[in-house]
Ligand binder design. Sequence first.
Ligand code: PGA
Length: 243
Amino acid sequence: MKVVITKDYTEMCKLASRIFAAEITLKPDCVLGLATGSTPVGMYKELVEMYNEHRVDFSQVKTVNLDEYAGLSGDNDQSYRYFMNHNLFDHININKENTNVPNGTAADLEAECERYEQVVASMGGVDVQLLGIGNNGHIAFNEPCEEFPEKTHVVNLTQNTIEANARFFASMDDVPKKALTMGIGTIMKAKKIVLLANGAKKAQTIYDTVYGPITPKVPASILRLHPDVTIFVDEEAGALLKK
Ligand code: PGA
């Protein structure tokens, strides 16, 4: 695992965006694993800027997102499909048919998870996977638990995550309590992984991820067993690593 401490959020986003742009340059039909949340917004802005400057071409790129809220359709402005369209896909020359987000309104959520797992496998695996990290160490919506979940599954969100997500919803009752998420096994199959974290709230979980025991109680800690992971943190999120 490589850890890069950047001076601030802007620098973190710039550096991470270059890894994705380089991947597209080397392999124009690559599969990118994408993430939502406030952390990657700046990186997506960088990619849009690079696209506008003709430095990157998304015409053959395929994408798979990590997760989606159960019960929210793609036109709900809090859904992750909406987030991806709004923050990235609507601003670049990607073919939307090549973009995948789990369907949060599928009649049978378990069947949707199985379908999604097959979609990821049928694309030949993810070339570069982007991850954020929850304050509690979750990656995608793999919450702290007793064992690492392997495949795409339906998850009950923890109170900690529901509270962290509440800032985007009108009321606590509106915050979804369930989600569909790639499993830890699905994520670990990616060839390369880039994790981003910024802000003081992430400092303890970044410390635990890098130096603590590898345990499903800190889901991101398993990334230490992956051969190609780079963690970019700003000074605040990396503060405990320097002591
Ligand atoms: P955030 O969420 O980027 O909004 O902090 C990250 C996550 O929960 O994975």
